[in-house]
Ligand binder design. Structure first.
Ligand code: UTP
Length: 422
């Protein structure tokens, strides 16, 4: 009994030491005022925090990541509308063959908090206002079912959630009988989290005895596939390619045959769909080559002179916008499941508890989240196959409550492509 108490005191003392060493004195003080059970719980959580990583990311939060001596160049790509009929048919046939052989799986990243949207519940449960009231998950399930019927085989569907929305997501699927999708072909996997901080770098609380842990970005996908056993599941099923997309794209063309076939007929382990960027000031990530490697560079990090650059035809030199639709080869995912990619700092609106017990809610970004981004794996590949597609046919993001990229704009885009949804 005595030694158990000593062990607890050691844990608490160690946590206090860490908190003081990393300038989290308010939190240390708050911890000292908790009941013994609560103190033990919080201290144990504090000991699991990688303070050095947090401090490093906080220090570099506003650094522009493109250095002067870096080499940026356009990336080669094909346009789906310019493929010769033979090439188009060849890609489509290859995509069909791969799906028929069970070599393709699909992953949706659905672990985000959707803080701009402010929808209660997982984003995939959102009804964008179609008269059928179908949720994003349902729209995706139906498209995937249609494809499965066409190819005569069910496509395994991996669904990445977060600890915050995991149960709600599964319950939603279950209460809708998996939208007719075979339950055994839906694999739910939970992603990692990282502590969030306020703008002064202080850790936040979710409850008096718990740190606020936020899902740490879609770049956790490979690690989560491995940890959850989904990677093994892919191996067991013989899946060699994974089609990746964002849960909030209401127009996603699930496991598009031409894209799959094209990825497989090229030698690279990654393929990415892009759309044309129309204006230099458009706030999108740009697909390009960076230091002779494929990359996506955020518009905030792209040098202004290159953003404006145009070729002799007057077109923007860097006009391939990321729409988060990718293909990853199994061996690439397995090889990099343990690779540590950097954290980015994202300023988001997060409701949290202050150490003085006051609950903070905000409509504007009030805290920093640490996120790993899937495209930080791109430079680890020697090259990437890029397919330019039509924005209005494939991309209807739901990010904001109102205005641009909102449920209303997504509904309009869906109805234009699929009038039967009305
Ligand atoms: P966003 O960057 O748009 O983030 O995610 P979000 O959480 O959905 O929304 P905001 O920024 O808080 O308003 C792009 C895609 O990555 C997924 C999201 O679910 C979305 O499909 N994502 C994001 C994760 O799966 N995990 C995360 O930790 C973050």
């Amino acid at each position: 009994m005595g030694s158990e108490r000593e062990a607890i005191e050691r844990v608490v003392a160690e946590a206090e030491h860490l908190l003081h060493a990393y300038k989290q004195d308010d939190l240390a003080h708050h911890m000292s005022e908790l009941s013994e059970a609560e103190r033990r719980k919080l201290a144990a959580q504090v000991l699991r925090v990688d303070f050095e990583a947090l401090a490093q990311v906080y220090r570099s939060r506003s650094a522009c990541s493109i250095a002067q001596d870096e080499r940026i160049a356009p990336i080669p790509f094909l346009d789906v509308n310019m493929l010769s009929p033979d090439t188009y048919d060849q890609y489509e046939q290859r995509g069909l063959d791969l799906l028929r052989e069970g070599k393709v799986g699909v992953i949706v990243v659905a672990g985000g908090q959707g803080s701009r949207l402010g929808h209660a519940g997982p984003k995939g449960t959102l009804d964008i206002g179609l008269s059928s009231h179908k949720s994003l998950f349902q729209l995706q399930a139906e498209r995937l079912l249609k494809l499965s019927l066409r190819v005569g085989r069910v496509v395994p569907w991996y669904i990445m959630t977060s600890p915050e929305n995991h149960d709600d997501t599964i319950n939603f699927y279950a209460s809708h009988r998996f939208f007719g999708y075979p339950e055994e072909d839906c694999f739910f996997l939970e992603q990692n989290t990282m502590p969030a901080m306020d703008h002064e770098g202080k850790l936040l609380l979710a409850s008096p005895s718990e740190l606020y842990l936020a899902p740490s970005g879609n770049g956790e996908c490979f690690a989560s596939l491995k940890r959850s056993g989904a990677l093994e599941d892919m191996l067991r099923r013989g899946v060699t390619w994974l089609f990746y997309y964002n849960v909030d794209n209401a127009l996603i063309q699930m496991a598009d045959l031409v894209f799959i076939g094209m990825a497989d007929l090229h030698s690279y382990p990654i393929a990415s769909k892009v759309v044309s960027k129309e204006l230099p000031e458009e706030e999108v990530g740009l697909v390009c080559m960076r230091n002779e490697r494929p990359a996506i560079v955020e518009y905030t990090e792209f040098p202004e002179s290159l953003l404006q650059e145009r070729n002799v035809q007057g077109e923007l030199t860097y006009a391939l916008a990321n729409v988060s639709i990718h293909m990853f080869r199994y061996d690439f995912i397995a090889q990099h499941a343990d690779t540590s990619i950097p954290f980015h700092v994202a300023s988001k609106a997060i409701p949290y508890l202050k150490t003085d017990g006051v609950m903070i809610a905000s409509d504007v970004p009030n805290a920093y989240k640490l996120e790993r981004l899937i495209f930080d794996f791109f430079p680890l590949a020697e090259g990437m196959t890029v397919l330019r597609v039509d924005r209005e046919k494939e991309f209807a993001p739901v990010k904001n409550k109102e205005g641009e990229d909102s449920p209303r704009t997504a509904k309009q885009l869906v109805l234009r492509m699929y009038p039967e949804e009305d």
